[in-house]
Design a protein around this ligand. Structure first.
Ligand SMILES: O=C(O)CCC(=O)C(=O)O
Length: 257
């Protein structure tokens, strides 16, 4: 299959390091449309019933209103929103996912991450595959910067090449769905990004983000894609409620996700 949007060099970087950043993939207008829509959800102008909301644990103590302290929205129900759906199925994103996964692609995860000024908490070291009973462990997580992300406001940090070590042990932390790798895996690489840049990372790549210590937002959208020939390893009854799939591109296969 010829590559649509990745260069050979970028493809090789993803294979070897477990990630690749596409600079300026999204224009300012597209990003602002998403930020504005998210604001409508956080500030009560739209119903948030179709997905889950997590508020930053330190918000109350710091006297910050919940609407300015959402930690994340999570769930495929976000796709019912036209702006989110347009972004998740945007050719600029999906063509890269197809370069990495093949022509038949489904969506496994959709989330908005807010990391608000001052109160935005860390996300501990983890691999995305640890959350999902899907085989093979070959999903692609896309992380779309809706603001400039720096080490100070909690940009992504990854362990280059760490996706080749298989699934590591995780232990649960404060949040029901937050799990972390308890050991130090070595030197992490910070990935500062500008608004509109997109990080594509392998679902076995260990990564984390630091707290936001600045007065600047660090928002991001996450979409996780998988090959439509992947399999759920748990039955429908056993699967965590957030595990499902949405058609994005190409064909579906019987017995697959
Ligand atoms: O956006 C962040 O701060 C980290 C998100 C992340 O790694 C995740 O939710 O899997």
């Amino acid at each position: 299959m010829a590559l649509e949007r990745l260069t050979g060099e970028e493809f090789a970087h993803y294979q070897q390091e477990g990630y690749v950043v596409k600079r300026g993939l999204f224009d300012a207008e597209t990003v602002e449309r998403v930020r504005e829509r998210l604001r409508e959800y956080t500030h009560g102008d739209r119903s948030t019933q179709g997905f889950t909301t997590q508020v930053e644990p330190g918000a109350e103590e710091q006297g910050i209103d919940e609407s300015d302290a959402v930690r994340k929205f999570e769930g495929l129900g976000l796709l019912d929103d036209d702006v989110v759906y347009d972004l998740a199925t945007d050719e600029r994103l999906v063509s890269v996912a197809r370069d990495l996964l093949g022509p038949d692609v489904k969506l496994l995860r959709s989330a908005a991450m807010f990391k608000p000024p001052h109160v935005g908490s860390e996300k501990g070291l983890h691999q995305d595959s640890a959350y999902y009973p899907v085989r093979p462990y070959e999903q692609v997580t896309t992380w779309i910067a809706l603001d400039d992300a720096t080490p100070e406001n909690g940009c992504m940090e990854v362990l280059p090449g760490g996706h080749t070590e298989g699934l590591l042990d995780h232990e649960t932390q404060n949040y029901e769905t937050d799990i972390v790798i308890p050991e130090d895996l070595g030197e992490m690489k910070q990935l500062p990004m500008e608004t509109g840049d997109v990080l594509f990372q392998h679902s076995l790549l260990p990564h984390r983000t630091a707290p936001n210590t600045t007065d600047r937002w660090r928002r991001a959208m996450i979409f996780m894609y998988m090959d439509a020939r992947s399999r759920f390893t748990d039955s429908e009854e056993e699967r965590p409620p957030w595990v499902d799939s949405v058609d994005v591109a190409g064909d579906s296969y019987p017995g697959s996700v």
